[in-house]
Design a protein around this ligand. Structure first.
Ligand SMILES: Cc1ncc(COP(=O)(O)O)c(C=O)c1O
Length: 424
């Protein structure tokens, strides 16, 4: 037997997390390597969601606000806090990642208005960059933005960040794990560098939460945002979360004054009085149907434990890199992620001139008997292979790489249109 296949089977046999994949809806005709974009559906979520719809909404109607719904966001915050190393009263769950980022950037720039420089990098997600650009154009007109240049869009040297921070730096905002290359910052080092110059840091944890150990309290992190629909398996467009360190909460104000940020929304007082604590970052009536769907995925992660998830992610990434070097590099693929495991999140990116068509051939094979493999494509030429240790097997990785190689050697990709779909 092929030594890589043998290794995959041996690693699967001894995998302590192998039973967790049975907690997710599975389709034996496909290999899913896109949990870094949209996590799989936990089986329990079907029942949980049905209960909210049929019983809590259908039968109990508005009484459910007091009986089930008003504390739902806090219950979920308590679980997310455990996953990202924070206290329950430092996490708010609701709204979207972009909206939460807007709130925190606005609040922190207002707090240190005398300092007028913002730092980010070219590895950051576009929405993060757009929000900063908009804030400077619309509100913080004296501010300037420094976008740090990475090495080959793969990684950032700590020295580059260190040299950029100065006493006029108000804010540094970065993705802990880069959406393209998977580069993982050393959160503690960056927080320390920033704090030495009295600068604040806002982290985007979207590609980290649930995949990589995040220690917000231990690294003295100021603020963070993140989504719940990737490795947290909360469902498409599930509400996001934000984190603000306890001692900063009183100093910051939500830029959007609305009734859920009011101390007593149900007094219907015409004048705004801001809530204290993390709940001041709420805006509106919580989206109960999508909030409710988040809980089962978080319970699975807490049950499996983040340490074990991260350990498997690192082991699977190492195996995937071995496979890529063996089968894909000779076919003109390049690895676009850091080779040092301490500098990577839980996906590996590869590049090829024909990435888009290869990605489409993987998702929609011409031969109906061929297994579907779902990664994703990011321009200009990246295929991101997402590893979700809760349901990705070593055999999945082996089969996926063999399939990619076959798409090249049989020239199957040449039969695919170059026209891009809306969501890639
Ligand atoms: C790193 C990162 N930040 C922000 C977002 C945007 O999140 P939302 O659509 O919830 O605003 C995404 C979306 O995929 C993302 O990957």
């Amino acid at each position: 037997m092929n030594r890589f296949l043998e290794k995959a089977e041996a690693l699967d046999n001894t995998d302590s997390l192998k039973s967790f994949k049975d907690k997710f809806v599975a389709d034996p005709s496909l290999i899913y390597l896109d949990g870094n974009s949209l996590g799989k559906l936990p089986i329990k979520t079907i029942e949980t969601t049905a209960n909210i719809v049929e019983n809590q909404w259908g039968k109990n109607l508005i009484r459910s606000w007091n009986e089930h719904w008003m504390d739902l966001s806090k219950d979920i915050a308590t679980k997310i806090a455990k996953i990202v190393g924070a206290q329950p009263d430092e996490i708010f769950v609701g709204d979207t990642t972009s909206l939460n980022l807007y709130k925190l950037l606005f609040a922190s720039l207002t707090l240190q208005k005398e300092k007028t420089e913002i730092i980010t990098d070219d590895l950051n997600f576009p929405t993060d960059l757009y929000i900063i650009q908009g804030l400077i154009k619309q509100q913080f007109k004296q501010h300037t933005l420094k976008v740090l240049k990475s090495t080959n869009e793969i990684f950032m040297d700590t020295a580059t960040v260190s040299e950029a921070i100065n006493k006029n730096t108000s804010l540094i905002t970065l993705s802990l794990v880069s959406y393209k290359s998977s580069f993982l910052y050393d959160m503690k080092t960056i927080n320390n560098l920033a704090h030495r110059k009295n600068s604040l840091v806002v982290w985007d944890l979207s590609h980290a939460a649930g995949a990589t150990t995040v220690k917000l309290n231990e690294t003295n992190a100021d603020m963070a945002v993140g989504c719940t629909y990737k490795y947290l398996n909360g469902g498409p467009g599930a509400p996001a979360f934000l984190y603000v360190r306890k001692d900063l909460q009183d100093k910051l104000t939500n830029p959007i004054w609305s009734w859920f940020a009011h101390q007593k929304p149900f007094d219907f007082n015409p004048n705004f009085i801001e809530k204290t604590g993390i709940e001041k970052f709420a805006i509106s009536t919580p989206s109960i149907l999508s909030l409710g769907a988040i809980t089962p995925g978080l319970d699975i992660i807490l049950d499996a434990e983040m340490g074990a998830i991260e350990e498997k992610s690192k082991k699977q990434s190492a195996f995937l890199i071995e496979l890529i070097l063996q089968y894909l590099v000779p076919l003109k693929f390049k690895i676009a992620s850091h080779l040092d495991k301490s500098k990577r999140g839980s996906h590996i990116s590869i590049t090829h001139n024909e990435s888009y068509r290869i990605n489409r051939a993987m998702i929609a094979p011409k031969n109906k008997n061929t297994k579907i493999v779902i990664p994703d494509f990011r321009p200009p030429n990246l295929i991101r292979i997402g590893i979700t240790p809760l349901y990705t097997s070593y055999l999945d990785l082996y089969e996926a790489v063999i399939r990619i190689a076959a798409i090249i050697t049989t020239k199957e990709y040449k039969k695919i249109s170059t026209e891009k779909l809306t969501v890639t």
